[in-house]
Design a protein around this ligand. Structure first.
Ligand SMILES: [Zn+2]
Length: 56
């Protein structure tokens, strides 16, 4: 199974045993996405990027 990268449109392979909430990284552009499951199957959601400066 594979999904289209939201960023570059490249193909991202999704493992058969992937679970909701798993972080998937695009092999082409390196963008990180969170795997979410709905009634139609898996889709990708932009992952929260850690390490941003939140002005703590
Ligand atoms: Zn990509």
């Amino acid at each position: 199974m594979s999904l289209e990268c939201l960023d570059c449109g490249g193909k991202i392979d999704i493992p058969k045993d992937a679970i909701t909430g798993e972080i998937i990284t695009c092999p082409d552009c390196g963008a990180s996405f969170e795997l979410v499951k709905d009634e139609k199957g898996f889709s990708l959601k932009l992952a929260q990027v850690e390490g941003e400066d939140w002005g703590e």
